[in-house]
Design a binder for this molecule. Structure first.
Ligand code: ATP
Length: 274
């Protein structure tokens, strides 16, 4: 069995204001998540605005330094004391996908140049190898390299750009992809393309995902495990089906009951399925 993700006592404290009148915000409060599995998994992290989801994503991506605690990905310490020091090695293990694909790429640079850069710099590939890797990565997200090459962000839809972000994340063959609200900026009709793509990449390419979202319906649809966050804490964690069909924590029940459009339709179905 492999520790796909193990966080040990992750804390992140922000201080706001001056030294005289400073205020502490405990964005992560003793976050402990353990997923041990032989198969790749999707771990959804859900919770209301301000619950700490993005801080967790940024911490796992080393964009924020935790106040204390550590994280292990595929048995390797990646965050905190004793973690791997090489940035390249880190980026070959963990890759990000961000919320807004238009912000991921400058509008003044052809989008495929970012994929080449990742292949050359992060994955250490030569020119020909990089070319093939970019074509393969685009193919795996359903895009043709010839149709992407040389184009700028304004020549793509949000959904296409997000698929290109996914392709970029795949190039270094990371074991874990941390996706922070990856479909929230994409129109509803195209969201499932990305969600189903994650599923396929898990099942066919062996990639695991941390999928950060507000959307419990897609979290339930795609994930193997769910962590529910509230005020910086993980208040409930477990197999997705168990958490969603039999929520133990008051906050999870509240979260489920606060989805007026879907709850009434899909909760009874969950009960019947469970
Ligand atoms: N750089 C920062 N400086 C100070 N406080 C911060 C910073 N980043 C986040 N916070 C605070 O930490 C808490 C958790 O924020 P975070 O963005 O992780 O929540 P979230 O669950 O991702 O919210 P959302 O769903 O709205 O993106 C919030 O109270 C937020 O205001």
């Amino acid at each position: 069995m492999t520790f796909i993700l193990k966080t040990e006592g992750l804390n992140k404290e922000y201080r706001l204001g001056s030294f005289v009148r400073s205020r502490k915000i405990q964005a992560l409060n003793d976050v402990n998540i353990t997923v041990e599995s032989d198969k790749p998994v999707v771990i959804a992290v859900v919770g209301e605005s301000g619950s700490g989801k993005t801080t967790l994503a940024k911490t796992l991506l080393r964009l924020e330094t935790p106040t204390s605690g550590r994280a292990i990905v595929y048995d390797r310490p990646v965050v905190g004391v004793g973690s791997i020091s090489s940035r390249k090695e880190f980026l070959s293990t963990v890759q990000p996908i961000f919320q807004n694909p238009f912000e991921a790429f400058s509008r003044y640079r052809p989008v495929d140049s970012y994929l080449h850069e990742t292949a050359r710099r992060v994955a250490n590939m030569g020119e020909k190898e990089a070319e093939d890797a970019v074509a393969d990565a685009l193919d795996s997200v359903g895009l043709d390299y010839r149709e992407v090459s040389g184009k700028y962000t304004n020549q793509f839809s949000g959904g296409e750009l997000q698929r290109i972000s996914v392709a970029r994340a795949l190039i270094p063959q990371p074991q874990l992809i941390v996706a922070d609200e990856p479909v929230s900026m994409i129109d509803a009709s195209r969201r499932m393309i990305i969600i189903n793509l994650f599923k396929r990449l898990r099942d066919e390419a062996g990639r695991s995902f941390v999928y950060i979202t507000h959307d419990l319906a897609t979290a339930y649809y795609i994930s193997d495990y769910i962590a529910v966050m509230n005020k910086g804490r993980v208040v409930e964690f477990g197999k997705a089906r168990e958490v969603m069909s039999n929520p133990q924590h008051d906050y999870t029940q509240l979260l489920l009951s606060s989805i007026p459009t879907t709850t009434s339709r899909w909760r009874p179905r969950l009960r019947a399925a469970g």
